[in-house]
Design a protein around this ligand. Structure first.
Ligand code: HEM
Length: 538
């Protein structure tokens, strides 16, 4: 169903795929997994055989491989490891016969928890406690995240000296391009903190840290919603559903009754669809935009040291903005379906099979139920899927499943034809749209809210709106001197490479604190007390 057929996206770069993973990691992480390495619980024998039932560890739900599996049959494997997500029942939060709900290990808000951590404990570990900065290590004149003291436990390092990073998110080392963006975001915090400290010498560490953090989060929210989301869920769809606004004013749309936690259907099915955009080779690209080499993804899972070699960091940054992502479709690069986390072995795990099994582990509603919830007609025979799925794929579904109601959401959703001007079919689009609405409107600290305690002044807000992924890459990768203005979009005549200096930038002098308090504070009006979205209602 999901073979490796490489079709490059004609419009979007690998950067678009990669920032998607940043957004994902900011919003969810199933409890009980590292998502970066083989799980420590082994549900199969060392040689890939099924275990005797009595010997199967708790929480196991191994993927049984068929005899005609194209990879497994080459190495005589019958069993692929899969450990179930920890639920509220496992933790004894619910009892009796109540249904189990899966737990998340990270907070759901889009708040750069991947940089700042999800707990006070991690936050303390990543902070420098000087000048509002985050901890870094200086090597070759560049700032790198601090070393993880449990390097051999969390990375696939081959020598004790090899870099393995500590960040707000446990998955930081998972793949090189993810780590590039994590480093960029870390450096952005410190860049902002240094500027604020210079502007406001009277501010203490805590004030600089919190103000820099607030600006960095706002930039991230702006890039995610105004630059990234319109590509994936459509500009018109985003405006129509009040996910973004064409305005230079505040948008006071916080609604306390909106639940901002992450929908299981979003994290476990819809948002994973973009795994199909992953490319198995990462281009190294010079300033003249010529590609001179390519890193094989499965050689570098959990081995971030490659970023510090030679010019790799800048070359990978340019690669992100130059190399196309693969098309979002049913095809998946074999680097993630045959070689995931192979760690020097001939073969590895399979991300798409894991996604399907995770769908079943979490007991998601069927594709048929979800599609009818999302406004498509319910299918009674396989042919009823023909409204959005090709005849060839409907025929395959009818061979793989007994009944239309059996089709997994992860599978059916992946096969749908895209809604025009978006990168998803109608069922996944409906789930994604709902989630991103909730993530915005359910966030009392959303960067566009007018909030006297935590918000920005209007001029500051409009400065934040000048930020871009292109500028972020430029400002935090010293050797990158040029970039196309829309760096999620491939280089073209209408999106040509320009010097970094000519890209719009956030003018941080607006955070100069002339009142002697905080840069973003302004006088309260009586209306600002009480109601959470007073201005919007008015
Ligand atoms: C090289 C790039 C990537 C790799 C290697 C990767 C790998 C993984 C792995 C191993 C998991 C855990 C699977 C499980 O045990 O259930 C996962 C989960 C997930 N991935 Fe990716 N992924 C990548 C990129 C992306 C992108 C681009 C997106 C979306 C834009 C994405 C969305 C998700 C989501 C939503 C989850 C579930 C998160 C959770 O709630 O735990 N991933 N990915």
């Amino acid at each position: 169903m999901f073979p490796d057929i490489q079709v490059e996206d004609p419009k979007w770069t690998l950067n678009a795929m990669q920032y998607g993973q940043i957004i994902t990691h900011d919003m969810s992480m199933i409890a009980g997994s590292t998502q970066a390495q083989p799980h420590s619980t082994k549900c199969c024998s060392a040689t890939g055989q099924l275990l005797e039932l009595a010997n199967v560890p708790e929480h196991c739900y191994p993927i049984v491989l068929s005899d005609d599996d194209p990879i497994a049959r080459q190495i005589n494997m019958k069993c692929m490891n899969f450990v179930r997500t920890i639920t509220d029942r496992d933790r004894r939060c619910v009892g009796g016969y109540q249904p189990a709900e899966q737990l998340t290990a990270v907070n759901h808000y889009l708040d750069l928890s991947i940089v700042y951590g999800n707990s006070d404990q991690v936050n303390q570990q990543v902070r420098e406690f000087r000048g509002g900065r985050l901890r870094v290590e200086l090597r070759n004149n560049q700032e790198w995240p601090p070393r993880n003291t449990n390097a051999s436990g969390v990375c696939s390092i081959q020598s004790p000296q090899e870099a393995c990073y500590l960040a707000g998110d446990a998955r930081v080392n998972q793949n090189p391009q993810l780590t590039v963006l994590q480093v960029i975001l870390l450096r952005e915090h410190n860049r902002i903190a240094d500027a604020l400290a210079k502007l406001n010498p009277h501010w203490d560490d805590e004030t600089i840290f919190q103000e820099a953090r607030k600006i960095a989060i706002a930039e991230h929210q702006f890039i995610s919603y105004y630059e990234w989301l319109p590509i994936f869920i459509g500009l018109e769809n985003s405006i129509r559903n009040k996910i973004i606004y064409n305005t230079n004013r505040y948008v006071n749309d916080y609604k306390s009754r909106v639940d901002p936690t992450i929908l299981n259907e979003h994290a476990t099915a819809a948002f994973r669809y973009f795994h199909s955009a992953i490319a198995g080779g990462l281009d190294l690209v010079t300033e003249h935009r010529s590609s001179y080499g390519n890193l094989r993804l499965s050689d570098w899972f959990n081995r971030p040291a490659i970023l510090e070699e030679g010019n790799n960091f800048a070359d990978l940054c340019r690669g992100l903005g130059t190399q196309p992502e693969l098309m979002n479709d049913q095809y998946h690069d074999s680097e993630i379906t045959q070689y995931l986390f192979r760690n020097g072995m001939q073969f590895g795990s399979d991300l798409k099979a894991t996604d399907v099994q995770r769908n079943r582990d979490h007991g998601l509603a069927s594709y048929n139920d979800m599609r009818s919830y999302c406004g498509l007609k319910k299918a009674y025979v396989f042919e009823d899927f023909l409204d959005v799925i090709s005849a060839d794929n409907v025929r395959k579904l009818s061979q793989l499943y007994e009944d239309p109601d059996d089709v997994d959401l992860t599978v059916g959703g992946t096969l749908e034809a895209h809604v025009p001007d978006t990168l998803a079919g109608p069922t996944f689009l409906c789930i994604l749209t709902e989630q991103f609405y909730r993530t915005r409107v359910g966030d009392r600290f959303w960067f566009e809210n007018r909030n006297h305690n935590s918000g920005f002044t209007l001029p500051q807000l409009n400065e934040i709106r000048k930020t871009s992924i292109a500028r972020l890459l430029c400002d935090n990768s010293p050797d990158v001197k040029s970039m196309q203005p829309r760096a999620f979009e491939r280089i073209s005549h209408s999106n040509a490479i320009v010097s970094c200096d000519s890209l719009p930038a956030v003018d941080l002098s607006l955070w100069k604190d002339s009142n002697g308090i905080h840069g973003s504070s302004y006088p309260k009006t009586p209306f600002e007390y009480g109601s959470d979205n007073f201005f919007f209602k008015k």
